[in-house]
Ligand binder design. Sequence first.
Ligand SMILES: [Zn+2]
Length: 499
Amino acid sequence: MSLATVQTRAKQGIEAPAVTIEVHLSNGLPAFHIVGLPETAVKESKDRVRSAIINSHFEFPARRITVNLAPAELPKEGSRFDLAIAIAILAASEQIPTDLLDDYEFIGELALSATLRPVEAVLPSALCCAAGGRKLIISRDNANEAALVEELTVLPAEHLLDVSAHLHQRQALAPWQRVVTQPSVVNSELSDIIGQQHAKRALEIAASGGHHLLLYGPPGTGKTMLASRLPNLLPPLDNHQAIQVAAIHSVAGRSNVQQHRQRPFRTPHHSASAAAMVGGGSNPKPGEISLAHQGVLFLDELPEFQRQVLEMLREPLESGEITISRVANQISYPARFQLIAAMNPCPCGYLGSQRCVCTAEQIGRYRSRLSGPLMDRIDLQVQVSAIENQQLLNQRKQPPGETTEVVQQRVSKAWDMQLNRQGKINSELTGQQLKIVCPLNSAQREFLDQAIDHYALSTRGFYRVLKVARTIADLAGLEKPKLTQYQEALSYRSIISHE
Ligand SMILES: [Zn+2]
């Protein structure tokens, strides 16, 4: 045998397309070629593979070695193919048996000593490997992450010789034992927040229908606290979602195996660059909006973000994904996040009180950083007021506010109603679907027509009012929204331009 094939996987966005390593040994002057359009990093793996084979006391074949990474048109990056290339060379030169090779996929970087090193973004490969019915041989340091895929047999190895002993059936690699971890408890107690009934109501509606929310008010009123309570008001991630979220974090190099059931809560700073926010770069990675997929993206001090960065949010806010164009190809990342934004009423924050030092011009400039189309996509806008001193003094006399658990139960019930009725949550309804789930009688139609004129609502804005009204009706257990629900939904629009 002078030909061998071994299976491995590339990384492309959050996908992991299959790559077949073919090694052919032929007579002629000793040479070592890797073909299949590999990038520089793959060429560097020649040196590592050669050293690892020699340092494991195998023979490096003194023949003409051709390594082909197929399919050729797939862009390939990183050192993840080292192990598979080494195994294929050893198999082609009859130093290890080939009979079992097809049962496995191999992923890992080799040190010069032939120690196996971890690689980035293992989880998508693990998912695809399991779907293909093979077992995965991988560095011990990647095992925990790969083992998130429950149906996959993960065989961790420390050295090329361990893999060789396994394929020789001399010493089998022991399958990785999964450790079941309890999610760490984050502070998510809604009843810690005093007062703010109006904002809490808006937060509950946002959680119940997946609506975007703007919290508007002076500093120190608990806007950040309110936002941080949202992830735990949402129903927990299901299996499929949890794996998808973990795969995105894996590709971003931020794998957090401990917390993979929790909904993400991302809080990028307002100085964040476009690449940090939406993803990209020369070695492309998902940005904050994808790290927030199936969870919450909290943008504090919204007008302080670069205008260009904010405008880039418009596409994913509609479509739930982001496409990044590169010279060679395009990459898409999922980005179905719930946007919670917070802002002060003016640059100093104290508009309306004597402390405000802003001129009318400064206030105008501050607000004009938020474009109409962006604000149009924020379904709920709610004012968070400074808590009166008296209320703080009286807090011991007041009954405690509702707990996260109580509100979460109502939210879950509302989600169930939506999923049973239409298979998706209200924020994802199309215009056609809205006509069915929000039938308007003449009084409601008339009220909304006036609202469209008065608030200069766009079609998109109008649909968003219907969606919010549908959610309010779901929270009340109603078959269809009544006028009251449309009125409440409208009360959350455009507080900024109509205060
Ligand atoms: Zn001010």
